[in-house]
Structures are given as structure tokens and as C-alpha cells.
Design a protein around this ligand. Structure first.
Ligand SMILES: Nc1ncnc2c1ncn2[C@@H]1O[C@H](COP(=O)(O)OP(=O)(O)O)[C@@H](O)[C@H]1O
Ligand SMILES: [Mg+2]
Ligand SMILES: [Zn+2]
Length: 565
């Protein structure tokens, strides 16, 4: 079997150690000036070069090159011996498997003998935090009075587990995670040196996957290259399990279009194919994270296939930022939900349903709305925290790529957009109107489907109604400006207003203008009556108690019915 790439490419000179110049430079200076210490502690994440650097140090302190700045020379007898693992004075101890006090005592006894080949005996104790307490104590004795020919290099990934007494006797060096660029450069070197056939953007993907550990990056490269074929980005994504699931994209589409049934179907198809719900949530999070990065102006990495990048960019244009953040948080908590649910897919389904229906947690009042229609409106209401916040519908919602989805998106969006640009759209955002929506919603649960439809038309056409009333009599329109559609009950339109306006609106002359206009625009013969909410406590109380517990509840929570204009 051939040698693993990461062993073959172990740094042989100080320059080979990538991304740790703050360590290697200090050590080189110490060698040149002869200011060596007896105990070093190398701390940092795995695969960042601790063992490699410890071996370089062992080589450099024993190298016989007359020029200290050349050490290690990799030519002298000592360097060769170390490179070929036959140097007797380099002792590597894996503390993970030699944790007992006897092992350290054994070390202590042997350390007294002079080096047999070189000038220094170098002890590398890897994963030193694994030593038992008594072993640490035994080690401490040695560190306190080391023979002049001994050098210790303790390496650890968990420095917080090292006793302070040991720390204080070591010169400490912190190894850092290696940047993606540095890893890619190193991988390019290996690809060229090994004559591997790997697309360049695959290296970025590998570097990203290895989270700063060079060893992991080289191992992944090894794994990909072992097929012997030309490694394409698609192949790499498949092997590394990082391919963006097409169903993830579909589900995100479903969230944006609030297609609950379709979305659940997509999720179930994915789960039925065997994917773990949490894993699936993670994929959604990973995808949405990219969408967020694009939305915030961050360019996408080269390691994503072109079609996925295009999709991400389209979605970035479609999402309202608040909604996107909510989705990310919601799916992230599902992905991190470690307590295996008795119903594993439930958490995912809930996350989907909530992000689909409710754009942000604040939408509490309007959440109760049925899915088929007012939801789009609800989202607008919820995200319209201030007048200046633009509705997400104002952004381009049609994919730039002109994909097959366009017609349906266009259709959906146009219908919602027209509902909003129509008269009454503005009123939707106000708390009073949210309340009145809730009123109709609650009642619709029982029956009165027609009333709901009429109310919707009334609300959507409210500005048009006022415009037409104005043509008949501007003063009447002035009165309507102080009214708000409140409810529809058995062909009676209820407008909420003050006691004063009520008395004016409900005159024969004004009703004669208002009623025909409204009837025409809602397509139903209706009469109009006013109810007073704010200026007549008794009146409002009756109305609320009799007709709508929801409004009551909202008022109880601090909600207020206010006038629009
Ligand atoms: N900083 C680095 N520069 C170049 N290669 C590195 C670096 N860190 C790790 N490697 C690669 O990873 C392999 C293992 O590194 P190692 O020094 O054993 O890491 P650690 O001891 O920190 O876990 C090396 O053989 C080398 O191929
Ligand atoms: Mg190591
Ligand atoms: Zn040498």
C-alpha cells in the first residue's frame, strides 16, 4: 500500500510549515542564537503542524550543518536518520496510550543516559493532557531538573487540561488553524507534485471542509484522488457528502411561496429516501447561510457548482432579511436538536411550517390565519415594523435565470402584489386592521365563508371605495377616512370609527352614497353601519365580548384599536 499523502508531505524544513510563522520564526531564532530551553509546549488544533514542528526542532538542534541558519539541512547523517525514523535520541511518546506513572518513571530513568547519536535527546510527548495526575507529577520532577542534554516538546490540543505547574515550566507556542488560502496553496503543491487530476475549485471545497486542519485537507485530497479519475467539483461534492440536495432548494422555494403542502411533500420524499431529519435541517441551514452571505454582499466561494450559486443568488433577491434570519434560526435549532424526538421528523416539519406561515416571531396575532389566502398579507404586516421598511414584495421575486418555475412564481406573486397595490394595502399593516383580520378569521372557522370573502374585497378595495365616494361627495370621503373596515355580518358592513363620525356617516344622505359604491365593489348588496370602539367604551365592550374573543385577548395583551388616518 502506498504511503498516505499527509505522511509523505510532512514538512521537512521550517519553510514547509504553513501558516505558523509566529512559531517557526521564534524557534529558528532560538537555534541561531543558541537560546534553547528544556521544555516546549505546542498547543493548538489537531493537524496544524505540532508534531511536524517538534520533529523539525529535534532535527535542527542535532543537525551538524556548520551554519545554524541552515539547520535542519536534511543532508547530514543526523537529519537523514531522523527523516528515516532511525534516530535513537528522538523519543516520541503518545500520552493517549502511555498514561501511567510507570511510563513516565521509565522515561525519567532513561533520560539520564547521554544521547547516543546526537547532541540532544528530544522527547516529544503527544496529547500530553491525557497523562494521569501522578504521571504529571512524575513529569514535573523531570521538568524541574532536566539533564542538560534533554529537550521536551509537549504537544496538546487541550491546553486547559494541563496543570499550571507544568505550564509554568514550558515555553509555550500556540498553533493556529490554517487559512483556506494557505491550505489551497499547499494542496496545489501536492497536486502538482503527485501529478493528480483535480479541478482547482475542488481544492477550495476540500480546504473549506477541513476547517483549518492541514492534515484533514490532505487526507480528503488523498481520498478524492484515490479514484484515479479526474476529480470534478460534482464528484467531490458527492464523495464528501456536501452536494446541495435539490430537495433543499425546492423546500426553500416552498417557504418563499408559502406552499405548505408541497413543501411537506418535498420534505417527506427526502426523508423517505433515507436522509436523517437533522442532517436534512443542516443542509437547509448551510444553504440558507449562503443565501444570507449573498444578501449581505459576500461573494460566494468558488467551491459551489454554478447552478447552485445561481439559485442562491436568486433566493437572496427573494428573501426579506428578517424572514431569512428567522428561517436560519428556526432550522438551526432543529439541526441542533440532539434529544432524539420520539417523532424525529416532527421538529423539521414544525420548523418548515413556522417559517412558511409565520415570517417572524412577532407575527403572533396574525399567525392564526388560514394558509390559503391572507398569509401573504400577514407577512407584509409583520415585517412592516416601520413605514420605511419596504415590503419584500418590492424586491424582484422572479428568478433571473428564467427557470421553469417562473410562471408559477410570477402568477403567485402578481396576485399577491396586486392585492397589495390595490386600495387598502396600506391599511393592512396597521394594528387595527390586523385585529379585524383576526376577527374575520376566527369567525370563518365556524362558517360564513361568504362574509370572509366580502370582507376581503372590502379591505382590498377600500381605497377605491373612498375614491369613488369622493367623486360623489368629497365630504363623505372625508368621513370614510376616519373609518376602517371592521367586519361583515349578514350583509351588513361594519365600519369602526368614533362616536362623532358614526353620527355623520349614518345619515341617509351619506349612506345613500356609500352603500351603492361598496355594494358594487364587493359584488354584494350590503348595508353599512358604524361601530364605535375607541370613544365609546360601552359600545366597544359589547362588540368585543359578543363577537370576538381574539380581539379581547389582543386588547388584554396591550393591543389597541387605532384609527388609520
Ligand atoms: N502547518 C502545516 N504546514 C504544512 N503541512 C501541515 C501543517 N500542519 C499539518 N500539516 C500536514 O498534516 C500532517 C500532520 O500534521 P501534524 O504535524 O502531525 O499535526 P498535529 O501534530 O498538529 O496534529 C503533516 O504530515 C502535514 O502533511
Ligand atoms: Mg500530532
Ligand atoms: Zn542536518
Amino acid at each position: 500500500m502506498s504511503q498516505a499523502l499527509y505522511r509523505k508531505w510532512r514538512p521537512q524544513t521550517w519553510q514547509d510549515v504553513v501558516g505558523q510563522t509566529h512559531v517557526t520564526q521564534t524557534l529558528q531564532n532560538a537555534i541561531q542564537s543558541g537560546r534553547l530551553v528544556h521544555a516546549y509546549l505546542f498547543a493548538g488544533p489537531r493537524g496544524t503542524g505540532k508534531t511536524s514542528t517538534a520533529r523539525l526542532l529535534a532535527k535542527a538542534v542535532n543537525c551538524t550543518d556548520p551554519q545554524p541558519s541552515n539547520r535542519p539541512c536534511n543532508h547530514c547523517e543526523i537529519c537523514n536518520a531522523i527523516n528515516e525514523s532511525r534516530f535513537l535520541d528522538l523519543i516520541e511518546i503518545d500520552a493517549a496510550s502511555n498514561t501511567s506513572v510507570d511510563d513516565i518513571r521509565d522515561l525519567r530513568d532513561k533520560i539520564r543516559f547521554s544521547p547516543s547519536m546526537g547532541q540532544y535527546k528530544v522527547y516529544i510527548i503527544d496529547e500530553v493532557h491525557m497523562l494521569s495526575m501522578s504521571a504529571f507529577n512524575a513529569l514535573l520532577k523531570t521538568l524541574e531538573e532536566p539533564p542538560s542534554h534533554a529537550i521536551f516538546v509537549l504537544a496538546t490540543t487541550e491546553i486547559h487540561k494541563i496543570p499550571a505547574t507544568v505550564l509554568s515550566r514550558c515555553q509555550r507556542h500556540e498553533f493556529r488553524r490554517i487559512s483556506i488560502n494557505n491550505i489551497v496553496e499547499e494542496l496545489e503543491k501536492i497536486v502538482a507534485g503527485e501529478n493528480l487530476k483535480i479541478d482547482k475549485n475542488v481544492l477550495t471545497l476540500v480546504a473549506r471542509q477541513s476547517t483549518g486542519a492541514m492534515r484533514d485537507a490532505i487526507s480528503l485530497l488523498d481520498q478524492l484522488a484515490s479514484s484515479g479519475e479526474n476529480v470534478t467539483l460534482e464528484y467531490a461534492h458527492n464523495i464528501l457528502g456536501t452536494a446541495t440536495n435539490q430537495s433543499v432548494i425546492q423546500v426553500v422555494d416552498d417557504i418563499l411561496m408559502m406552499q405548505t403542502a408541497k413543501g411537506l411533500e418535498h420534505i417527506h420524499t427526502a426523508l423517505d429516501s433515507g436522509i436523517d431529519p437533522r442532517q436534512y435541517s443542516r443542509q437547509i441551514v448551510e444553504y440558507l447561510r449562503n443565501v444570507l452571505l449573498v444578501k449581505m454582499g459576500d461573494p460566494l466561494g468558488e467551491d459551489l457548482p454554478a447552478d447552485i450559486r445561481e439559485k442562491i443568488e436568486t433566493h437572496a433577491g427573494q428573501f426579506e432579511k428578517e424572514h431569512l434570519l428567522f428561517c436560519l434560526q428556526r432550522f438551526n435549532s432543529t439541526a441542533a436538536d440532539v434529544r432524539g424526538n420520539w417523532q424525529p421528523s416532527l421538529s423539521l416539519e414544525l420548523a418548515f411550517a413556522e417559517t412558511c406561515i409565520s415570517p417572524a416571531p412577532k407575527a403572533a396575532v396574525s399567525c392564526a390565519q388560514p394558509v390559503e389566502q391572507p398569509v401573504v398579507v400577514t407577512r407584509t404586516a409583520a415585517v412592516q415594523e416601520t413605514e420605511s421598511t419596504p415590503s419584500h414584495h418590492s424586491q424582484p421575486v422572479v428568478p433571473a435565470d428564467g427557470s421553469a418555475k417562473v410562471p408559477s412564481i410570477k402568477k403567485e406573486r402578481q396576485s399577491t402584489a396586486s392585492a397589495e397595490t390595490k386600495p387598502g394595502a396600506q391599511a393592512i399593516a396597521s394594528p387595527a386592521d390586523q385585529l379585524s383580520q383576526s376577527v374575520t378569521t376566527e369567525k370563518s372557522a365556524g362558517a360564513a365563508q361568504d362574509e370572509k370573502a366580502v370582507f376581503r374585497k372590502l379591505r382590498d378595495n377600500w381605497n377605491e371605495i373612498k375614491k369613488q365616494v369622493r367623486q360623489a361627495n368629497p365630504q363623505t370621503e372625508g368621513l370614510l377616512n376616519s373609518c376602517r373596515p371592521f367586519a361583515v355580518k349578514e350583509n351588513v358592513i361594519q365600519l369602526a370609527t368614533s362616536e362623532f363620525v358614526k353620527s355623520k356617516v349614518e345619515t341617509k344622505e351619506n349612506l345613500a352614497i356609500i352603500e351603492p359604491v361598496i355594494s358594487r365593489l364587493v359584488g354584494e348588496e350590503v348595508s353599512v353601519t358604524c361601530i364605535t370602539l375607541k370613544n365609546s367604551p360601552a359600545g366597544s365592550k359589547d362588540t368585543l365580548q359578543n363577537e370576538d374573543g381574539m380581539v379581547n385577548a389582543a386588547l388584554g395583551l396591550g393591543g389597541q384599536i387605532i384609527q388609520q388616518d
